[in-house]
Design a protein around this ligand. Structure first.
Ligand code: G1P
Length: 299
């Protein structure tokens, strides 16, 4: 049997973004920029670089700006053409040539419920789920790494990396049963946000999943778990009981843009990685550090 090609991605983007209030009062958190690009665009780029052809974004109320961002803007494009600003025109146009579809999650009932909204879009094919709070920088795109593993195993694969033990309670954690080769693990169970000290390992689910369509059978009957929400992690545990779900330690550096400190760090690191900004950002950082002790606080 040859594995079906993985062509579809689902990006849940219905969360309220309360950690970034008041910025997210009228603007989706997925549109907060890292330097000059909305966070969700980094995710879409990873999908496209991984060979994904169709993307479904699961949105909710107040998320119209995401749809607008991936639509064309004829007046803006015309103005840029007239002014000869071709490099800006390229930036505006590059987000409009991708097959992006939208569906709404009418009630915020959890990540598992958000993914369930993709059932009709996915049909009978393997697909990936990419969370917008996790940006991964790697030589081979993280999603492509999972897809490559899928072609070998033909089983659902969950992307994991070790995290420090004092933060395991913020993630879905895997309980590995057997390590096969190069970072591929068979898994005993998956635990959503274990209480501190009860985590079965420090291997955390970091926002990249590849699923067989069987996952929907479990999402449809999934009862609420951690936080009273329908948890994707709980449905994965049940799927694992009927067909092995593997955990794969992907390579690359993962940035958490879903909380303030991670967001600030990502902004600084990404700015330092930009040839057009690197030198000046470094000067600013050095200046800030030098003057920090005697800093002026504006109130
Ligand atoms: C979600 C998942 C969790 C995963 C995390 C990765 O949690 O439920 O299993 O480890 O994303 O970012 P959230 O951060 O939405 O609470």
């Amino acid at each position: 049997m040859t594995a079906k090609r993985v062509k579809k991605a689902v990006i849940p983007a219905a969360g309220l973004g309360t950690r970034f209030l008041p910025a997210t009062k009228a603007m989706p958190k997925e549109m907060l920029p890292i330097v000059d690009k909305p966070t969700i665009q980094y995710i879409i780029e990873e999908a496209v670089e991984s060979g994904i052809e169709d993307i479904l974004i699961v949105t909710g109320k107040g998320k119209r700006a995401i749809e607008d961002h991936f639509d064309s803007v004829p007046e803006l494009e015309q103005t840029l053409i007239e002014k000869g600003k071709s490099e800006f025109l390229k930036l505006v146009e590059e987000t409009t040539n991708i097959n992006i579809h939208f569906i709404r999650q009418s009630k915020p009932m959890g990540l598992g419920h958000a993914v369930l909204q993709a059932k009709a879009f996915v049909g009978d094919e393997p697909f990936v789920v990419m969370l917008g709070d996790d940006i991964v920088q790697s030589e081979i795109p993280c999603t492509k790494q999972l897809i490559d593993q899928y072609y070998k195993t033909e089983r659902s694969i969950i992307g994991v990396q070790p995290v420090l033990s004092d933060v395991t309670h913020r993630y879905g954690i895997v309980d590995p049963k057997e390590t096969l080769e190069n970072g591929l693990h068979k898994v005993e169970s998956f635990v959503e946000k274990p209480a501190p000290g009860t985590e079965p390992s420090n291997l955390a689910i970091l926002g990249r999943y590849l699923f067989s369509p069987q996952i929907f059978n479990f999402l449809e009957t999934q009862v609420p778990g951690s936080g009273g929400e329908i948890q994707l992690t709980d449905a994965i545990t049940r799927l694992n009981e009927v067909e092995h779900v593997f955990a794969y330690e992907f390579t690359g550096k993962r940035y958490d843009v879903g909380e303030k400190l991670g967001f600030i760090r990502t902004t600084i690191e990404f700015a330092l990685n930009r040839p057009d900004l690197e030198k000046e950002v470094l000067v600013i950082l050095k200046e800030l550090i030098t003057n920090y002790e005697g800093r002026t606080i504006y109130r």
